[in-house]
Design a binder for this molecule. Structure first.
Ligand code: PMP
Length: 358
């Protein structure tokens, strides 16, 4: 017997690369290319560092209140954490304890199986159909919980609200988590269903549509009892998850709805333009409702395009995994960045548009 026999062994999640070199076009982790709301810079510039002597507010009240107001909820229906990864991990720990397998799609955010493994939660992956759509019937079976990203990552495909409602309604005995990391770019949010179903938890993030991946803010919305259970687990783990700086900066962002809408509209407009241009270059794109496109080329293998882009210091995401190994996920950057990507791809793909490679 040795101590290593008792280690909680896990295979960690692999995040997209954060390149250290200069002058790269970074389209591999779905960050927003525009800055956070101007109020965030004001808060940071005027921040009174004396505040840092003290522990931050463990209830994160300022930010919870700003988010509750924005979504038309009570403060007790909102839980804030260190990015939605923290909120999701905390939710798995809080709600998925039945011993029955939790369900999520076979192609989805690749952290779900990592948390399930970490907490020893059994899970079953439900295959998406050939158009990367979920089949709602797959979720009408006994389970210990359900987690669905809507829109999904990395495919970008959105599930209609009516189908998600059917899934929530058919599973009143287990918690259904809807991960809405990308919902602001064109999906339909489940937040209005919270009043109707006490088994629904909706998770959102400041990392994409609020341009604040570096600040690490995510939040969950659900009925008061559910949020109470999440808080009990959080306070049994680490009371002070949110720094005073994150709380102040997050509240400033949440207060600026106009800037938020303008930023999202710019990203969506660029996405639609790029989709049209990629189509002309022989790419097939899913109907992504996200701040990224999920594409494959009719003739050129994804890995080759990935390597060629990387040699040009253009970083996109490629997974050597079943069903998606001929696909690339390309985050939407500024128009200038996307024009450089398109110019490169036009030269690179020239003349190779016809045969089907999928
Ligand atoms: N959910 C999905 C589907 C994601 O793609 C991401 C981003 N990697 C997250 C959650 C986590 O984002 P964050 O922790 O930055 O809020």
């Amino acid at each position: 017997m040795n101590w290593e026999d008792n280690v909680r062994r896990v295979v960690p999640y692999v995040a997209g690369e954060q390149p250290k070199e200069q002058n790269v076009i970074k389209l591999n982790t779905n960050e927003c290319p525009y800055p956070p709301a101007p109020g965030v810079a004001e808060v940071l510039h005027g921040f009174d560092c004396d505040i840092l002597r003290k522990y931050p507010d463990p209830d994160v009240s300022l930010l919870v209140r700003a988010l509750a107001r924005r979504h038309g909820l009570t403060d007790r229906q909102v839980f804030v954490g260190v990015g939605s990864d923290d909120v999701l991990a905390m939710s798995f720990l809080t709600f998925f304890n039945s011993g029955k397998p939790i369900l999520f799609p076979d192609i989805t955010y690749s952290f779900y199986d990592v948390w399930a493994e970490l907490y020893r939660i059994p899970y079953q992956c439900q295959p998406l159909d050939d158009s990367f759509r979920i089949r709602k019937e797959d979720y009408f079976r006994e389970n210990g919980g359900i987690v669905i990203a809507n829109p999904n990552a990395p495919t970008g495909v959105a599930v209609p609200l009516s189908e998600l409602e059917e899934i929530v309604r058919t599973n009143l005995d287990s918690v259904v988590i809807i991960d809405e990391a990308y919902v602001d770019f064109g999906g339909e949010s489940c937040v209005p269903l919270i009043e109707k179903y006490d088994n629904l938890l909706v998770v959102q993030t400041f990392s994409k549509s609020r341009s604040m991946a570096g600040m690490r803010i995510g939040y969950a919305m659900g009925n008061e009892r559910m949020i109470g259970y999440l808080n009990d687990v959080k306070f049994s783990f680490n009371s002070y998850t949110m720094s005073a700086v994150s709380i102040a900066a997050g509240a400033a962002s949440a207060a600026d709805e106009t800037y938020f809408r303008d930023t999202v509209a710019k990203v969506v407009a660029t996405r639609e333009r790029v989709r049209g241009e990629l189509d002309k270059l022989g790419f097939i794109c899913t109907d992504a409702k996200t701040n990224f496109l999920f594409v494959s080329h009719r003739t050129i293998p994804a890995r080759e395009i990935f390597e060629a882009l990387k040699a040009e210091k253009i970083y996109v995401r490629f997974w050597d995994k079943p069903r998606i190994s001929n696909c690339l996920r390309i985050s939407i950057g500024t128009d200038e960045e996307m024009d450089r990507v398109l110019a490169f791809l036009e030269a690179y793909t020239g003349g190779r548009k016809d045969e089907t490679h999928l």
